[in-house]
Write a new protein. Structure first.
Length: 339
């Protein structure tokens, strides 16, 4: 099945960019109810998998063991931008598990948030591993490994007990066999999962509707993680991040990933939603999410309006002058309409 044209960008009325991709929306039965392009397109999850990667540790009891706050749980599922509040929570988490950033395998980085980066550089700050946007995930898994007396140096290897448990958990949440998940290596050094968007949509629906999870400890862990994400949306992404804006709506669980992949789910409507922009861009996330919510008739207009205000369709130049606009081009189809 061919990809769908998702977004066109215009400058001076002339089309400058076209972004193609795939959208998959599934219901609680695991069926695709709306789509654009190929709903079963196989994509790497990248950081959209972080809420699932946090499940094994929370399920095993690390929150009580280390006395974790909701901020610290949320940052385990985050792609933070190293804003000051992120750094504070990360250092608290590091202190609680008793492991310094020298234990992290992710690369030393500068803050991704522009204002934070500029301030960091003005203060002659050097790159640090704890500033890497995946450091919260790494600290959580290191804390779990330490609690279980697993080897710490190999915590990111595919054969490590925690990584094997994460893979099993990801497959269970997606409703597929582990053999259907292809593994690569993520930017931070962790195993990363390739699976159909429809399976990822099913997994996201279970984040939003944990009553669909048969295993009680897993269900309780998901409730803890998603509650923290909704309570602390800025910990999950940061200022001006699409997933953080969506998480302000208590009816939504959301998390983006690098290279254009995004997942979110609606609790009351019981829908899991994922999409992949094929050119790897993420500038279009908010426009696509807004169009999806509008097309399915999402009742919370405040969330749609919040997205529109935070991410207007106008394209501006470096001086802030409007020089173009972006338009969503896709129309969601049901399986019957695609026949």
């Amino acid at each position: 099945m061919e990809s769908a044209l998702l977004v066109k960008e215009y400058r001076a009325g002339v089309m400058e960019c076209a972004h193609f991709g795939h959208i998959s929306i599934t219901n609680e039965k695991g069926n695709v109810v709306y789509s654009a392009g190929n709903p079963h397109f196989r994509a790497f999850t990248r950081s959209s998998a972080k809420p699932f990667q946090a499940i094994p540790g929370i399920r095993a009891g690390i929150a009580a063991h280390y006395g974790l706050s909701s901020e610290e749980i949320a940052i385990m599922a985050s792609s933070h931008r190293s804003e000051p509040e992120h750094i504070q929570v990360l250092e608290q988490l590091s202190a609680k598990i008793g492991l310094g950033e020298e234990c992290l395998i992710c690369a030393a980085s500068y803050p991704l948030n522009e204002e934070s980066r500029n301030q960091w550089l003005r203060n002659q700050g050097e790159k640090r591993r704890i500033l890497h946007n995946c450091s919260g995930k790494h600290l959580g898994i290191l804390g779990y490994s330490r609690m279980k007396n697993f080897d710490l140096e190999s915590y990111a290897e595919r054969e490590h007990p925690v990584q094997r448990e994460i893979l099993e958990t990801m497959a269970g949440m997606a409703g597929i066999d582990q053999k259907e998940i292809e593994l690569g290596t993520d930017g931070c050094g962790f195993p990363v999962f390739s699976l159909p968007l429809s399976a990822l949509s099913n997994a996201y629906l279970k984040l939003a509707c944990p009553d669909l999870i048969e295993d009680a400890p897993t269900r309780a862990a998901v409730e803890t993680i998603t509650s923290a994400m909704n309570d602390q949306p800025l910990m999950v992404g940061g200022t001006g991040r699409v997933d953080s804006v969506l998480l302000e709506d208590s009816n939504i669980v959301a998390k983006g990933g690098f290279k254009g992949v995004f997942g979110f789910a609606l609790k009351k409507e019981r829908l899991g939603i994922t999409f992949k922009i094929l050119d790897g861009s993420e500038e279009e996330w908010a426009w696509i999410a807004q169009s999806i919510l509008t097309q399915i008739g999402y009742s919370n207009r405040t969330t749609i309006e919040r997205l529109a205000k935070a991410f207007p369709p106008e394209i501006r130049n470096d001086a802030g002058k409007i020089v173009g606009r972006a338009d969503c081009e896709f129309v969601l189809h049901s399986p019957e309409e695609s026949v």
